[in-house]
Ligand binder design. Structure first.
Ligand SMILES: Nc1ncnc2c1ncn2[C@@H]1O[C@H](COP(=O)(O)OP(=O)(O)O[C@H]2O[C@H](CO)[C@@H](O)[C@H](O)[C@H]2O)[C@@H](O)[C@H]1O
Length: 470
């Protein structure tokens, strides 16, 4: 099949979170199954675009509501990514250093989608068999393809919308309807959800198929989806959950160039020990104690607001653990975490910011990874942690529930039910007991490093889904 993924993130071009990891890996694994899977994304002003060469593939312009906008489609030369990647260049709107968080984000998302559709109609000799859009930033594509005159030439192309996170829906007011091509009242109804234009809702209504990134998250969304639960129940027949994979070419402790020391199950303890040593030396932590880490966006969904209290409670009452936190997000949480820095010498530290390399060393060196998420559609961190022999401590929610089994149930992780400080602290205590039983601790590490979460299986599940839509 000839597939095009549309996304605002794709690793290694631009990454804010897990969306980038998925879009940077899934097409490669689909190509390995004998398909032609491509990506199209915005052309940003980032290190990646400065460091690489691009060629012009197509130049065009779209007209929406009598306003003509010129765009250029670029391709990356010698991608080495395992898939072909195209970029929409609209300098005024897209060529910026950040992916999101601009006041005109709605205009940016719309312009990108219009340019993609115009290119698909006017700039392609071979048409695609399927368009796969990711999250609300590109969720209007199925609506535009089925419900507007301008883009109706594409209405026979099947569309799949993957919801990586239903908390973010991209809604805006009907006062911005003039930004759309002329549409009928019926089409207006498709854009509407509770009185505003809701791109994610429109995507759910108009896509041929809707997926979430784990089966359990799809079940949860039907009960609670930030206002979209009724819609997901109604559209239930076309909704499925497909668990994400991880790119095991890249996330491979044996060959990961970002690690201080590579390792496999044969030299697991020694190899991981070197990564832990480096972390403890650089961040002034005691290497003799069990090291608990958190990596992620410091936002409520990830339970990040609980972290300051978890640090204080844990270090006040338990003599053993050492904690390290890598993340950025809500300023208040960042400041609270920074404030705690001097208070527990050798036992707590934090790096506020985004650092891909450091994250790999943490997976390869920390003993336990904390994921007290309130919402976790799939979660990639626990899968990276497993592959690197770092035992996950997770709240039973979304994809975490699908991927981590508690040691008490003959499993390999530590699970708790609620996103509460007390629950997490209790799990930390259980983890310390496990760490004290080094024989059992190492046995579990050897077990988790072998768990297969590579994309092979999930890439095939997506292909089966696409083929069922033909
Ligand atoms: N400060 C930092 N420094 C370095 N690396 C950092 C970092 N903060 C985060 N990361 C990295 O970013 C990725 C985050 O993955 P998540 O699965 O937590 O994604 P996120 O919640 O953004 O995405 C959504 O989409 C993904 C993909 O579908 C779902 O798994 C998830 O549940 C859903 O919320 C991981 O690769 C992690 O290592």
């Amino acid at each position: 099949m000839h597939i095009i993924h549309t996304s605002f993130e794709c690793y290694p071009v631009a990454k804010v979170g897990g969306l980038a990891d998925v879009v940077g890996a899934l097409p490669k694994y689909q190509n390995r199954l004998g398909h032609q899977s491509h990506v199209i994304m915005p052309f940003y002003d980032t290190k990646f675009t400065r460091d690489n060469s691009f060629s012009i593939y197509f130049q065009g312009s779209y007209t929406v509501n009598a306003k003509e906008v010129a765009y250029t489609i670029k391709t990356l030369e010698n991608t080495g990514l395992g898939f072909e990647i195209f970029f929409v260049d609209i300098p005024d709107l897209l060529f910026r250093p950040q992916v999101y968080s601009y006041p005109d984000d709605t205009d940016r998302f719309l312009a990108f989608q219009y340019a993609v559709l115009d290119w698909l109609i006017n700039g392609q000799s071979q048409s695609y068999d399927l368009l796969h859009c990711h999250d609300h930033h590109t969720a209007l594509l199925p609506f535009l393809m089925t419900s507007t005159e301008e883009f109706k030439a594409l209405k026979t192309i099947p569309t799949v919308l993957t919801i990586h996170n239903a908390q973010y829906q991209g809604h805006f007011g009907f006062n911005e309807i003039a930004k759309f091509p002329a549409i009928t009242d019926e089409a207006k109804g498709l854009l509407d959800w509770h009185g505003s234009i809701n791109p994610l809702a429109a995507g759910i209504k108009c896509a041929w198929s809707v997926t979430t990134v784990s089966p359990n998250y799809m079940k949860e969304l039907k009960k609670s989806a930030n206002g979209l639960e009724d819609l997901l129940q109604k559209e239930s027949k076309k909704c499925t959950g497909i668990l994400n994979g991880i790119d095991t070419d890249f996330w491979d402790p044996q060959n990961d160039a970002m690690l201080i020391k590579n390792f496999s199950s044969r030299n697991l303890t020694a190899g991981r020990g070197k990564n832990k040593e480096w972390l403890c030396e650089h961040y002034d932590l005691d290497p003799e104690r069990p090291l608990f880490a958190f990596i992620g966006r410091l936002v409520g969904e990830k339970g990040a607001d609980l972290l300051p209290a978890i640090v204080e409670e844990t270090l006040a009452i338990t003599p053993e653990p050492v904690l390290f936190i890598l993340g950025s997000g809500q300023t208040e949480v960042e400041q609270q975490l920074l404030k705690l820095k001097g208070r527990y010498p050798k036992r707590y530290n934090t790096y506020i910011g985004y650092d891909e390399e450091l994250s790999h060393i943490i997976y390869g060196g920390a003993d336990f990874l904390l994921m007290p998420s309130r919402v976790e559609p799939c979660g990639l961190n626990q899968m990276y942690a497993l592959r690197y022999g770092c035992i996950p401590i997770v709240r039973r929610t979304g994809g975490l529930q699908d991927t981590v089994v508690d040691i008490g149930d003959n499993g390999f992780g530590i699970c708790h039910d609620q996103a509460l400080v007390w629950d997490v602290c209790y799990s930390i205590k259980r983890a310390v007991s496990l760490y004290e039983d080094q024989e059992q601790f190492k046995k579990i590490q050897k077990k988790i490093i072998k768990i297969d979460h590579s994309w092979d299986r999930s890439a095939e599940e997506y292909i089966n889904l696409y083929q069922s839509l033909k």
